[in-house]
Design a protein. Structure first.
Length: 316
């Protein structure tokens, strides 16, 4: 059972980004690093677990990919908690849409549980504005949501605790991966479902505005690996990859077939089923627990196979 579901239940709450930025102003102490607080999740595989295990910072390193999935923040957070509790160390992240939002907060130093808290602290509809008069371009404007992301996240990718790559679609309908520059706007753009939200302009990023990367590629695994191969040095080993795929909510979403990718473990979770008026209900927290439980054993098996040099595996 997930314990302490009210905000601030962790022993070491994450400081607000506003406070951290203020601390970094000239004449003030340097900005402190964020400290994760362990989520109190019972371990379904260990009857002796006390539910307070801290993330294993020195475990084997893996890369993690989080797919798109309408408001599936809690499910992605449960998966991340399962990866941590398996003893693995997340080296870098690739995220799209809900995966971009979840991955960005995690890469900024928030614990999985705190990620889930912050992304549904209020119903999403309260962070949107009507798209008038250009409603045909999108029913809602995301600027209030972007302001909220600016409070939670650093201004740029370069300030994150670990490398992060985010999938978006540009004004020509082409899928792009972004790993530098303005962070909050890119995160919002990656979750900007076409016609539901109006496209997002990203400062300094050409060929905008941008929309949800999941409209073309829900997972972005192949382009991400191609990007990594083109930018990594020859002596830099390719790490095992864990992928969390949320069941598609729309038949019009982009591709998500990654069955041909080698050295890969895939864990799948059901779609969230939420709408913009929903908040962090017991159902929401139940989804985090459900994805944690369904991922924990699968991640452990996949990690063992991957670290031993096994073939790709998919766990449904």
């Amino acid at each position: 059972m997930i314990a302490g579901r009210v905000a601030g239940s962790c022993a070491r709450p994450v400081a607000s980004r506003t406070a951290l930025r203020q601390a970094a102003r000239p004449g003030r102490p340097a900005r402190p690093g964020l400290q994760r607080c362990a989520a109190t999740l019972s371990d379904p595989l260990d009857n002796t677990a006390d539910g307070n295990a801290a993330p294993a910072a020195d475990g084997p390193a893996v890369d993690v990919v989080l797919s798109s999935g309408w408001m599936a923040f809690a499910r992605h957070a449960g998966f991340l908690q399962a990866v941590e509790d398996t003893g693995l160390r997340i080296n870098s992240l690739c995220g799209t849409s809900a995966g971009a939002m979840t991955g960005a907060l995690y890469a900024a130093g928030y614990s999985p549980r705190r990620v889930a808290e912050e992304l549904m602290r209020v119903p999403p509809i309260k962070l949107l504005k009507p798209g008038l008069p250009d409603v045909w371009n999108g029913a809602f404007i995301m600027e209030p949501a972007i302001e909220r992301l600016r409070e939670l996240l650093p201004a740029t990718f370069e300030e994150l605790d670990m490398p992060l790559v985010i999938g978006v679609v540009d004004s020509d309908g082409k899928h792009r991966l972004v790993s530098s520059g303005s962070l909050p706007e890119v995160v919002a753009a990656s979750a900007c479902v076409p016609k539901v939200f109006q496209p997002v302009h990203v400062p300094g990023l050409p060929n905008g505005p941008f929309v949800d990367g999941g409209a073309v590629d829900r997972v972005a695994l192949r382009p991400w690996r191609e990007l990594r191969a083109s930018t990594s040095s020859d002596d830099e080993p390719e790490l095992p990859v864990l992928v969390h795929v949320i069941t598609r909510s729309s038949p019009y979403s982009g591709v998500d077939d990654i069955s041909e990718e080698p050295a890969l473990a895939v864990v799948r979770s059901p779609k969230s089923g939420f709408n913009l008026w929903d908040g962090a209900s017991d159902v929401y927290w139940g989804q985090m627990e459900d994805s944690y439980r369904r991922a924990r054993e699968e991640v452990a098996i996949a990690a063992k196979d991957l670290l031993a040099g096994g073939e790709s595996s998919s766990h449904d």
